[in-house]
Design a protein around this ligand. Structure first.
Ligand SMILES: [Zn+2]
Ligand SMILES: [Zn+2]
Length: 387
């Protein structure tokens, strides 16, 4: 079964919603107009329950099947945009300078709305589908906010599925992998405290610039000498600030950066060693190091059975040759990871074709992907919950 006929007929409508959302981007939890638009549409489709204000501005709708009792599956889309000045030049480009749907969450939301409309019309399944529209994927952990509001338990959601568009993957293609598919993204700040002096009297100082330089170099050994090369780890010092003048040794230097990992044990190890190496290296130079380590989104971990099932569904929609079940993981992060920590599920990538990359000012979601995305959701519901 390729793209469903009724879904193909819906493409213009879904693209119109998508372009409306694209023109009107909102950031983080401040997605009031977007969530109102979503809730209005879900009510107009006749969903059995439409609840707003979950995780501040998230929306969940329940669509009951007509084929009897069964489990509740959660399908999730994200609604927020990015603080980017759009340069796509499209007629539906952002009307708000400095905000843009540069990650395609407009497309994710529109496709899940299309699926909700189809499923509410046909209801050819048992159990229920929960369509989940979350705020604040881009750094605000909106998924976690919805979980903390009790969403998964309240609606009895037993499995969760998510989807993200992928530039450079051809339209009509899907990609996924079992296990770690996206990285955990942590940040750190290190303040190296020394003692300032005249730059011509270094013996009177404890030079934090030299100590910080050694810390930057020493941190690289965590990846290169201490970590199994087959277990991915990124340690990047992305910022270094200290001193103002060429003739003054400053009193302190600040470093900041990110740690990306694909396994929980690598993450724990990296945090522990980052603290130890920074502190000991500073000490070796007579300075001290204050380390602040902030854990961001966890690893996005696809469960085996649900990933196999997602591959089966994508293959039905796109044909087996168009589904890569062993994609390389991304070192970017995704807050659907929080849902996958609570429930089994799978996160799949859908081809966006030859477009600008995600978070690029020229990016636009590709409306040609809509029938494939909507068909994936619909086929997943009707297959998983077949009577
Ligand atoms: Zn993004
Ligand atoms: Zn995204």
């Amino acid at each position: 079964m390729p793209v469903i006929n009724r879904v193909a007929d819906m493409q213009d409508q879904v693209a119109e919603w998508r372009r409306h959302l694209h023109e009107n981007p909102e950031l983080l939890y401040d997605v009031h107009n977007t969530s109102a638009f979503v809730a209005d549409k879900l009510k107009s489709f006749g969903c059995d329950v439409v609840e707003t204000g979950i995780g501040r501005t998230g929306v969940v709708a329940i669509i009951k099947g007509s084929q009897g009792e069964g489990p509740v599956l959660g399908f999730r889309a994200d609604m927020d945009a990015l603080p980017i000045l759009e340069t796509s030049g499209k007629p539906w480009a952002s009307k708000t300078p400095g905000k843009a749907h540069s990650c395609g969450h407009d497309g994710h939301t529109a496709m899940l709305l299309g699926a909700a409309q189809y499923l509410a019309e046909t209801r050819n399944f048992k159990g229920s589908i929960a369509v989940i529209f979350q705020p604040a994927e881009e750094g605000g952990a909106g998924a976690l906010a919805m979980i903390n509001d009790g969403m998964l338990d309240k609606f009895g959601i037993s499995q969760v599925f998510g989807m993200h568009n992928e530039p450079h993957l051809p339209v009509g293609n899907f990609a996924i992998r079992k296990g770690s598919v996206m990285a955990a993204a942590d940040t750190f700040e290190i303040t190296i405290n020394g003692r300032g002096s005249h730059a011509a009297q270094p013996h009177m100082s404890i030079d934090p610039v030299l100590a910080a330089s050694h810390v930057v170099v020493a941190l690289q050994s965590i990846v290169s000498r201490e970590t199994d090369p087959l277990k991915s780890l990124v340690v990047t010092v992305a910022s270094i600030h200290g001193g103002q003048a060429s003739n003054v040794i400053p009193a302190f230097v600040k470093l900041a950066g990110t740690v990306r990992t694909l396994l929980p044990e690598t993450r724990d190890f990296a945090e522990k060693r980052l603290r130890e190496v920074a502190t000991a290296t500073a000490t070796a130079h007579g300075a001290t190091a204050e380390v602040t380590y902030h854990r961001g989104y966890p690893v996005t971990f696809n469960h085996d059975d649900e990933t196999d099932f997602a591959v089966e569904i994508a293959s039905k929609v796109a044909g087996p040759k168009a589904v890569n079940s062993g994609m390389a993981p991304h070192m970017g992060a995704e807050d659907f990871s929080y849902m996958l920590e609570k429930r089994p599920g799978a996160f799949i990538f859908i081809g966006n074709g030859d477009t600008a990359g995600l978070h690029n000012a020229a990016y636009d979601f590709n409306d040609e992907a809509i029938p494939f995305g909507v068909s994936y959701w619909v086929t997943l519901a009707e297959t998983a919950l077949a009577a």
